[in-house]
Design a protein around this ligand. Structure first.
Ligand SMILES: Cc1cc2nc3c(=O)[nH]c(=O)nc-3n(C[C@H](O)[C@H](O)[C@H](O)COP(=O)(O)OP(=O)(O)OC[C@H]3O[C@@H](n4cnc5c(N)ncnc54)[C@H](O)[C@@H]3O)c2cc1C
Length: 407
């Protein structure tokens, strides 16, 4: 059966009406909002439900660059992203007070709330966003039912669960989270300015940790509209007193943890709230159900230091919304067999595995203190330093050698 897609009452109206749509997306963070925009632009009747009309000022991803940009471009969001964010092209990478190398590639800095607002603004019809709390889901081979806190209901052929790290909604269906690494990493986010009010001498800067015992992977500084944003990524016990020091006396604690930062940064102060986040690595279980598909952090969480969360969710959105969902809707029913196609997509599996691999790599590179990782760490930075020196002496030569070797 193909559902007769009608809305029994205007979406914006409150009350106990049942809203009927082809696809209901629960969670309007980055994953859900982008998915809704891609599907709605392709002509599908989508409703996007989120608890909040405006995403709160919460610390999540704040910079987009590298291959993520190609995905934003492919999905048709690159101009909107560029308009909402601060562009930067050069990142000075330093360690122990010395330059490691300079990364040259386009990137954008912006608060997560602005990124989500940008994604939501790409919905062709703003009224497809329903501000409500989804309290229950019933799923079947045919039509799925959502109950909302306001008393309204939504009937849809497909439900996309993009609820991030909030896991409660799936419990009744047997959808659970398996923790792979508890308290895997700790991240801090804040904005800084020079005490004398002058601009910093760099566009963006990454400063790597110096001692394994400190557990500092790196501090990333990059421009956002409010100033110079700082993301500090660590692998360390979240109950260690240094966490309190970082929140209360951020400037002095940073200088203690990263003494080599001083020549590049000079005297600085924190200009806003210091936010921090302790991240478990976890993956969903019991997710193969008829009529419901799970994307983004709701499927698997990521290590912020590895910077793979957005790449993963973009693969989810691209594969689900341009390939599987449109095809599933062309035939009757929404069986488990259909849903299984998405979870066995090779690109999705590769992105999920790469994310876990990078999470473990960054933790080991930062804090493992055995001989093999000490050697690996030295070689990692030595290789980058040598490549940088050669590039400075003979610009473009290494790139030519690499492409000749590949040919
Ligand atoms: C501190 C930190 C730093 C990070 N840095 C990076 C980085 O540098 N690079 C990178 O690639 N990734 C990074 N990440 C990961 C990245 O931010 C996430 O992968 C991404 O934000 C996940 O988006 P999402 O849409 O899946 O989830 P979310 O953004 O969490 O969205 C979930 C949405 O669901 C809604 N919701 C939940 N339950 C319900 C319900 N019952 N009813 C209605 N709505 C509901 C919530 O209101 C929310 O809006 C970082 C993460 C953290 C925590």
């Amino acid at each position: 059966m193909t559902a007769d897609i009608t809305v029994t009452e205007p979406i914006a109206a409150a009350g106990t009406a049942t809203i009927v749509a082809e696809i209901a997306i629960v969670g309007g963070g980055l994953a859900g909002s982008l998915a809704a925009a891609v599907l709605a632009r392709a002509g599908h009747h989508v409703v996007l439900v989120d608890k909040r009309a405006v995403h709160p000022d919460e610390f999540r991803v704040e910079k987009i660059g590298g291959p993520q940009l190609q995905m934003f471009r492919r999905l048709g969001f690159i101009d909107a992203l560029a308009n909402a964010a601060c562009r930067y092209d050069r990142v000075l990478n330093v360690r122990e007070g010395k330059v490691v190398d300079v990364s040259v590639s386009q990137a954008y800095g912006l608060p997560y709330a602005d990124l989500v607002a940008m994604a939501r603004s790409q919905l062709p019809d703003p009224s497809s966003l329903i501000v409500d709390d989804v309290t229950a889901i019933g799923c079947s081979d045919d039509i799925q039912h959502l109950e909302l806190a306001s008393g309204r209901r939504i009937d849809a052929r497909l439900v996309v669960l993009a609820t991030g790290m909030a896991g409660a909604l799936g419990y009744k269906l047997g959808i659970k989270r398996r923790v792979l690494a508890e308290r895997h990493s700790v991240s801090f986010g804040f904005t800084i300015a020079r005490t004398d009010g002058t601009p910093f001498d760099f566009e963006a800067l990454t400063c790597y940790g110096e001692r394994t015992a400190d557990g500092v992977d790196y501090l990333s500084l990059f421009p956002v509209r409010a100033g110079m944003r700082a993301n500090l990524f660590m692998f360390r016990d979240p109950t260690d007193p240094v966490m309190r020091d970082l929140r209360r006396d951020t400037e002095a604690t940073l200088q203690r943890l990263l003494p080599g930062l001083q020549p590049f940064l000079g005297d600085f102060r924190v200009t806003d709230r210091v936010q921090n986040w302790v991240m478990d690595l976890s993956i969903v279980e019991g997710h193969l159900q008829p009529g419901i598909v799970i994307i983004g952090d709701a499927f698997q969480t990521n290590c912020p230091a590895a910077g793979t969360g957005v790449a993963r969710l973009l693969v989810d959105v691209e594969r689900l919304c341009t390939e599987y969902a449109p095809r599933w809707l062309m035939t009757e029913g929404m069986s488990q067999e259909k849903i299984a196609e998405f979870y066995s997509d090779p690109d999705k599996i590769a992105a999920d595995q790469q994310s876990l691999k990078m999470a473990r790599f960054r933790q080991a590179l930062t804090s493992r203190d055995d001989i093999s990782w000490n050697v690996r760490r030295r070689l990692h930075f030595l290789r980058r330093r040598i490549t940088h020196r050669v590039d400075q002496m003979r610009p473009g030569w290494l790139a030519q050698v690499r492409s000749a070797l590949r040919a």
